[in-house]
Design a binder for this molecule. Structure first.
Ligand SMILES: NC(=O)c1ccc[n+]([C@@H]2O[C@H](COP(=O)([O-])OP(=O)(O)OC[C@H]3O[C@@H](n4cnc5c(N)ncnc54)[C@H](OP(=O)(O)O)[C@@H]3O)[C@@H](O)[C@H]2O)c1
Length: 221
């Protein structure tokens, strides 16, 4: 199963591409911004195509991902500059969704962020505009007709994955807590979501590290 990964040179993206490459089921197509990033990934055994999402048309993005069976979005502008929040986090994501539809790919896994549906949690923070963009992109994906899974991780960290996630009812109960998760756990859960569309399709799933083994978490989402 061929999986196009937008944001493949990023921290979650690299971990995800390695996990997909090492699986027996998946073959990643890394979509990265530059030729240098593509070469580095190719040297590690991952197919890669260079494309600047913000500067590309939907047709150009479609041409890159045509023939894939699923798309993962784990890209972001990574900052608080308004123009790039518009061109990348909002319009870039929407262009990827439109390209997925044009390429007749059904499956789309989005990495969003925890609490994007809850304005009270972010309206007065420096990340307000990022959250507005992510919330809007999530809404568009949810009504796109694609077989979506929206993953909403807490703050990302780059230590080794724990393999354990916070149960959804615990997340609900502890609304005031600060949630975090290792990037490796996000990448591994994306692989699980791709492996089990019957459990994850058409779902929006908050992710934080906790006590529940990931496979058990999968059965209660
Ligand atoms: N940081 C957090 O605490 C947090 C919390 C919740 C959710 N998230 C979300 O989790 C996801 C993964 O995060 P991460 O830490 O892995 O992100 P990251 O390391 O910043 O990776 C993002 C990737 O997107 C790429 N990108 C940006 N603009 C692009 C463009 N125009 N064309 C092509 N590629 C472009 C970047 O390419 P370059 O390397 O060339 O810039 C980078 O490789 C993101 O969607 C992020 O919003 C993050």
């Amino acid at each position: 199963m061929k999986v196009a990964v937008f944001g493949a040179a990023g921290r979650v993206g690299k971990l995800l591409c390695s996990a997909l490459r090492d699986s027996e089921v998946f073959e990643p197509l890394a979509v990265v911004r530059s030729g240098e990033q593509a070469s580095a990934l190719q040297e590690s055994g991952v197919n890669a195509s260079a494309l600047d999402i913000e500067k590309s048309t939907v047709e150009e993005i479609t041409a890159i991902i045509e023939g894939c069976d699923a798309v993962v979005w784990t890209a972001c502008s990574g900052g608080i500059a308004m123009d790039r929040i518009f061109t990348m986090d909002l319009d870039g994501t929407i262009k990827a969704i439109e390209a997925t539809q044009k390429a007749k790919i059904q499956r789309f896994v989005m990495v969003s962020a925890i609490n994007v549906d809850n304005r009270e949690r972010w309206w007065h923070t420096a990340l307000k505009n990022n959250f507005i963009a992510k919330r809007t992109a999530d809404r568009i994906l949810q009504t796109s007709g694609l077989q979506y899974t929206i993953l909403r991780p807490g703050s990302l960290h780059s230590e080794a994955g724990t393999g354990k996630l916070c149960a959804l009812d615990s997340l609900e109960q502890k609304k005031s807590c600060h949630y975090s998760i290792e990037r490796e756990d996000v990448a591994n859960f994306i692989v699980l979501a791709l492996t089990h569309p019957e459990k994850t399709a058409f779902k929006t799933i908050p992710l934080a590290n906790g006590e529940l083994p990931m496979r058990d978490f999968l059965y209660v989402v």
